[in-house]
Design a protein. Structure first.
Length: 190
């Protein structure tokens, strides 16, 4: 939470996330939204020059209380995407997919097609491509909800919605991508 306060104090759009389910349970995640790569670089430089951040980071690394296990850089499939300022980010359901050889375009089409179903059922889908990190050239689909109750309503609706079931059955008949990671995260950011 101290890191979150420092990052936000430098003007960054940071969110601290705790995994509730999936492969990352037992860790903590910090997500920072940047307008573009130039904004990412400018904020990196800002953190390098910020004495409060440098002191915090050096102390955190020396304490041994935690260790960084991953750092990824992802870009939006839709470069014009901006997070909704009126929608709280309470829960994120994230899935990460590796397109099968020669089928990236087909997979992206399915991701775009799925967004209408997701929105109709109460989620907001944000597809991102991993450029740097543990799984480069994969596609992460972050679906956000205001809180756990909204996630539960969405999940229950998804399980019984005939349009979604038809879409999913067709997509899984001959999948264009393999699921490599998934998780459910709750915001600790307040």
């Amino acid at each position: 939470m101290e890191a979150l306060e420092l990052l936000r104090g430098m003007g960054m759009q940071a969110v601290a996330l705790q995994p509730l389910a999936g492969g990352d349970v037992g860790s903590l995640a910090m997500s920072i939204n940047y307008a573009d790569t130039a904004d990412y670089v400018a904020n990196f430089h800002k953190a390098q020059l910020d004495s409060g951040w440098q002191k915090f980071y050096a102390g955190a690394m020396a304490s041994g209380a935690a260790r960084q296990v991953e750092a990824s850089l992802l870009t939006d499939l839709d470069p014009a995407f901006q997070p909704a300022t009126d929608r709280p980010l309470g829960v994120v359901m994230a899935t990460q997919w590796r397109a099968r050889p020669g089928r990236m375009e087909e997979f992206v089409g399915k991701v775009v097609e799925s967004a209408a179903h997701v929105a109709r059922l109460g989620g907001l889908s944000r597809p991102l491509q991993s450029v740097i990190g543990a799984h480069p050239m994969t596609m992460m689909v972050a679906t956000t909800f205001a809180d756990l109750d909204a996630y539960a309503a969405y999940s229950d609706a998804l399980a019984t919605d005939s349009d979604w079931q038809s879409f999913w059955a067709a997509a899984m008949k001959d999948p264009s991508a393999d699921l490599i990671r998934s998780g459910l995260y709750i915001s600790m950011s307040g």
